[in-house]
Design a protein around this ligand. Structure first.
Ligand SMILES: NC(=O)c1ccc[n+]([C@@H]2O[C@H](COP(=O)([O-])OP(=O)(O)OC[C@H]3O[C@@H](n4cnc5c(N)ncnc54)[C@H](O)[C@@H]3O)[C@@H](O)[C@H]2O)c1
Length: 392
């Protein structure tokens, strides 16, 4: 009976519609149940009980994915939902140097969906990252929902500020933080990935750097401004330029952006707001160019505040998190996994028609036009949260 009921619940989901009348629902339910009688697992005479279940489910407005319902109706052995399935896909994630940032969470989500993971790590951070990985420092946060561990097939040295070896200046070549690493320009990194693995399917840009980020725009030097754009924006153009030819058609690429591109966020300076605005504009243009030439999708995720290493360097990340919790529609702290899960969806065939798009993963903060915790705002403007709306 439990099985019949759960199948019936699935069927109810396919035929339930808020606009339809109860009678129409009942007619739909009967039609579905009579088609169910052909399904061997139910057998003759089982129609009455499923019908009751279907109608119960409709009354309770149970929602179940349509594909799951179809699988049941087709007699598949176990309804499997609508999975994000990245088995057989390979991802290169640029910008992973610890387990605190979005890049790590994206790597985990893609791995959980079955993808093979390669990462590109900024050369000055490479040694400590590899040592920490080797010594098991990240073992706790490597755990995946299925009980396995995130496996990184290979860590590539990368400095996304340099496209080709010819461009690397002497002072960087001789810098001791770069000693011991080679082939870390974007072009060489893409060539190394191609030599090792042939192709990739997913490219993630999860990196940014603004040397003068703590300075207001008016006090930012030309050098600092251009450095922010170079590391945080052109680096994505460069990655796509060199990696797109290594990507399989139907592949997906994404970057991470921030609300400061479109709204004033005092403190996010040094040209970083401009760099994010450029990144968002480039997302659209690149979606066209790379979509037409290689059949690859290009999207960006506008993430809410997260206490990553890069964000801590800006200096006011705790204030931004508190502000979001006080003012966003959803009053909970953003988890890096929230972004990881959206990245997994965007990278999957489920998003095969999504390109040139910015998706907010910020508990809805972007949609607010009023700081409801402002002392100048009457309490009535900010409805008290229901218990169910309190942070999980
Ligand atoms: N943390 C936030 O609140 C927040 C919010 C919105 C968007 N973002 C964006 O998310 C992305 C990831 O940042 P994060 O906050 O997870 O921090 P993070 O510190 O985990 O990631 C930044 C990474 O960039 C790498 N990097 C810097 N310069 C590089 C270079 N020249 N070449 C290669 N790698 C380089 C760093 O080593 C680091 O691994 C960035 O684009 C950031 O702007 C962050």
């Amino acid at each position: 009976m439990a099985t019949m009921c759960s199948r019936a619940v699935a069927v109810a989901a396919t035929i339930s519609s808020p606009a339809a009348s109860t009678n129409a629902h009942r007619r739909g339910a009967r039609a579905m149940v009579s088609s169910f009688q052909g399904v061997r697992t139910l057998g003759a005479g089982a129609a009455i009980a499923p019908l009751r279940c279907v109608e119960q489910a409709m009354r309770k407005k149970v929602l179940v994915g349509g594909v799951r319902a179809m699988a049941s109706a087709n007699g598949a052995s176990a309804p499997s939902g609508l999975p994000i399935d990245l088995r057989g896909k390979r991802a290169f994630i640029a910008g992973v140097a610890d387990d605190q940032g979005f890049g790590w969470a994206i790597a985990k989500a893609l791995a959980a969906a079955g993808a093979e993971i390669l990462v590109g790590t900024w050369v000055p951070a490479l040694n400590i990252f590899e040592t920490s990985l080797r010594r098991g420092k990240f073992d706790e946060s490597r755990k995946l929902p299925n009980g396995g561990l995130l496996e990184i097939a290979k860590v590539y040295p990368l400095d996304a500020v340099f496209d080709t070896p010819e461009e690397v200046p002497e002072d960087i070549k001789n810098n001791k933080r770069y000693a011991g690493s080679s082939a870390w320009t974007v072009q060489e990194c893409a060539e190394a990935v191609k030599a090792d693995y042939g192709t990739i399917d997913i490219l993630v840009h999860s990196l940014a750097n603004g040397p003068e980020v703590t300075k207001p725009l008016m006090e930012t030097t030309r050098k600092g401004y251009l450095a922010a754009i170079s590391a945080s924006t052109y680096s994505y153009v460069s990655l796509l330029k060199y990696f797109a030819p290594v990507m399989n058609p139907g592949g997906s690429s994404l970057s991470l952006t921030y609300l400061a591109s479109e709204k004033i966020i005092p403190g996010y300076g040094g040209g970083m707001s401009s760099a994010k605005a450029a990144l968002e504009s480039d997302t659209r243009v690149l979606a066209f160019e790379v979509g037409r030439k290689y059949g690859i999708r290009v999207n960006t995720i506008s993430a809410g505040p997260l206490r990553s290493r890069a964000a801590k360097a800006i200096g006011f990340i705790d204030d931004m998190i508190n502000y979001s919790t006080a003012n966003a529609p959803l009053q909970k702290e953003l988890e890096a996994d929230d972004v990881g899960h959206t990245a997994a969806f965007l990278s999957s065939p489920l998003a095969s028609a999504v390109t040139g798009t910015l998706i907010y993963v910020d508990n809805g903060l972007h949609a607010m036009g009023l700081a409801v915790d402002s002392p100048s705002v009457a309490k009535a403007a900010a409805p008290a949260p229901e218990k169910t709306n309190v942070a999980a």
